[in-house]
Ligand binder design. Structure first.
Ligand code: NAD
Ligand code: ZN
Length: 404
């Protein structure tokens, strides 16, 4: 008996002494991003085929969350979705009328909306072989994405982005999240969707202001990745400024492709490092959104952030002089106003409030501060510090341009 317990305790010691077993496996993610028109036209098979992709011979329970702002501007859309589901009843089992949820930043401002959606998931017995279909702007997709990623540890999510920004940027990516404790996107996950269906017709009801805002991300990604795309944006600025369908369609497609390429081939899709390579112009943009309590749309704040960091790049000798003005002119041509009084706001001690955005930008990821600037049109470059004095000069330049 004594011998046995001796050997057991020796095993225990050996177990604690040995090196850790390394658990290692890789998961391949794959999701289609499909461009279409008339997604809910019964003759369009895209949605039905997407739902049936893995198990074509089954009916699938589908729970739809739809953006309230979209429903207001596109009367009859809910009825069309219901009619589509009836026409494809062999694949789609719509579990009740599509749920209208608040669109815009409001849905990300209160966890109660997330809980409410989770309750509906449970009530409608949505499981991991069912689908959540999210139809709306980037804010709705972020909030519904969080619900899909966390409820039952992950439900298949089909995203149907309905803003320019969501179709060309946020909707094709792998992130979700809501704001909490006063911090943007504090609660969220990395979770690739099951599919993304971009219906250009759904943009028809989008207000002009939102259409313009979404174009900032195209200018951004062109500036850091693709000079030819930047030249194309310049050449087509008139058509884009008047929302010509052909130009809008190409701008959205190219912008989405560049974002997708970065996620798939940038080496860090889940952003475990310190870099945020696609977030050019965003350190100040995120701060400005918060400072203006989201009166500035994300894209509007990004446009200001792009102009600011382009000027900063010139002042630091990274970017050729004059490129900053050229970039600002393009943004203005597209309809952006490159100023807001919040940009120059100071604390009682005279410090620029905007500069807090640098610290907050770093804290979101942790690690070293990493900011993308420009070393050419189409070429981003990462730096690890920003000179507050030069940021102030950049702001003065932006302010002076408004006065002209
Ligand atoms: N997850 C990511 O990777 C990522 C990336 C960039 C931005 N975002 C987030 O996206 C959000 C911004 O999204 P957005 O710019 O798409 O705007 P949004 O979702 O805030 O929507 C803007 C407004 O348009 C309405 N709307 C949406 N589609 C409509 C349509 N077709 N017709 C009429 N009205 C419509 C909405 O109800 C809302 O009032 C921010 O919260 C931002 O943080 C996320
Ligand atoms: Zn952005």
């Amino acid at each position: 008996m004594a011998k046995l317990s001796e050997s057991v305790s020796r095993q225990a010691v050996e177990a604690t002494d040995t090196a850790a077993h390394v658990q290692r496996f890789a998961v391949v993610y794959e999701y289609p991003v499909q461009f279409t028109r008339g997604l809910f036209d019964p003759s369009n098979r895209v949605l039905a085929d997407t739902v049936g992709r893995l198990e074509p011979d089954r009916r699938h329970r589908c729970l739809v969350f739809i953006d309230d702002g979209l429903v207001e501007e596109a009367p009859g859309l809910i009825e069309r979705i219901e009619a589509y589901a009836r026409a494809h009843a062999e694949r789609i089992d719509l579990v009740g009328t599509p749920c209208r949820v608040p669109g815009g930043e409001r849905i990300k401002m209160d966890l109660h909306f997330v809980e409410d959606m989770q309750r509906r998931v449970v009530e409608h017995r949505i499981d991991r072989h069912s689908y959540i279909i999210a139809i709306g702007g980037g804010a709705l997709l972020d909030a519904v994405g969080l619900v899909a990623a966390t409820t039952h540890r992950g439900i298949r999510l089909i995203r149907v982005p309905t803003t320019v920004l969501a179709q060309n940027d946020s909707g094709v990516g792998v992130k979700n999240g809501v704001n909490h404790m006063g911090q943007k996107n504090l609660v969220g996950t990395f979770a690739p969707p099951f599919a993304v269906l971009n219906d250009l017709d759904l943009l028809d009801s989008l207000p002009a202001r939102e259409k313009i805002a979404g174009m900032a991300e195209a200018v951004k990604v062109a500036l850091i990745r693709d000079q030819a795309f930047f030249l194309w944006l310049e050449h087509n600025a008139d058509d884009l400024a008047t929302f010509q369908p052909g130009a809008m369609a190409w701008m959205i497609r190219r912008c989405a492709e560049l974002h997708m390429h970065q996620i798939a081939h940038g080496g860090d899709p889940f952003e475990t490092g310190s870099a945020r390579p696609l977030d050019f112009g965003h350190w100040s943009a995120h701060k400005l959104e918060g400072m203006t309590r989201h009166h500035l749309r994300h894209g509007e704040a990004v446009a200001i952030g792009i102009a600011l960091d382009a000027r900063y790049s010139v002042l630091m000798g990274l970017l050729e002089p004059g490129a900053d003005e050229r970039i600002a002119v393009l943004l203005e041509h597209l309809g952006f106003r490159l100023w807001h009084s919040a940009v120059a706001m100071t604390t009682p001690e005279g410090e620029l409030v905007l500069l807090e955005g640098l610290r907050e930008f770093q804290e979101h990821l942790g690690g070293e501060l990493t900011i993308t600037l420009l070393e050419g049109v189409g070429r981003g470059i990462e730096v690890h510090e920003m000179d507050p004095q030069v940021v102030r000069q950049s702001i003065r330049w932006l302010e002076a341009r408004q006065a002209v």
